[in-house]
Design a binder for this molecule. Sequence first.
Ligand SMILES: [Zn+2]
Length: 412
Amino acid sequence: MPLDPARTVAELRELRELTEDENGAQRVAWTDTWEQAREWLRGKVAGTRAEEDVDAAGNQWFTLRGRSDRALLIGGHIDSVPNGGWLDGSLNVVAGVEVLRRIAEEGTPELTIRLVNWADEEGARFGRSLFGSSAAAGSMADQDELRSRVDAGGTALPDAVAAHGVDLDRALEAHSQLGSAAAYLELHIEQGPVLESLDLPLGVVLGTFGVERHSIIFRGQAAHAGSTPMDQRRDALAGASRLELEIREIAKRTGGGAVCTMGGVVTKPGIVTSVVETAECLLDQRHLDAAALASMLEEAKRASERIAQEENIEVEWQRIWNIQPILFDDALIDLADEAIRETAGTSHRLPSGPLHDAAEVARAGVPTVMLFVQSLRGLSHTKLEDTKEEHLELSVQALDRLATKTLARLSK
Ligand SMILES: [Zn+2]
């Protein structure tokens, strides 16, 4: 039976029926609906000869044995955020089933093919994204902290995962799953507006952005709004406002997809009759290039110091969180480009703003690449999330072509 991309779309609809209510998808990890979705997936893979096993972190693997133990991995996540969309994560799992069927139909593959449904990519219930893939990658280093996480209903994370057969203390044993991995492919909806604005169905993802997150506090002096002349003020909000405008210029000057966002400013005392004494800003900066990211941070720091001096106020920086850019494999990026051109005529290379399971796998040293398919209006994590049916079908074809090209390359 040849590849049948229309079947993928029909199956995605079926999954939607099964796990969606009037507010959107409810496949939140470690819930009954999620378990139901995994059971549904098990049923879809049955009949391909692929054997199922669930690893120590709750990742669901389907293995089609090839002549070699070296494995081509295709992965996604069937979990969603609450009130989520029908495609985020599930597209690749369901498209992966179709590719698995096509390969199984043709006999025993040269390499072993493994479809993986990562557990709890979204981190929606406990605020910890990429649970299963970080365990498999061996980068899960926060088990002590995870032990103390509690959901909104008061259930502790270890208890929630235990109800689905996962012992948090043993989750890192999932690392052995990547031992035989020769390459990892992931198809995902873009969740942003770039491909739609270019009028292209598909793109190759170059890697995931590095992120620098800081809290910046400007300190001035509270003073009476009526009695303090304009030239004698030490206005902390002037620092925050001027820096906000400056980071936009920094991102523009840096280019290459650079983004800088001041996501919040809290002022004190925050009353209409006082000059602002402290303004605490939240800054998020992202770039695919580590050096460019470092220089954007440096530029923002220098600008804040210059502004502070000019406004006669003080400034202090504190790092909240950061992560290095994670780059995908050059050779696989080329193959993905080819697969997209053969499928849709034109390809486009773009970075990913959000993190994905693929970033964890790449970080573990497995050659990795992702394909993005256009998202309508750039919307995701909402029931409004959508992609044209013809584009979904093209994405299944492109993934299949990429799998064929990758297998050919690895079999050499
Ligand atoms: Zn996702």
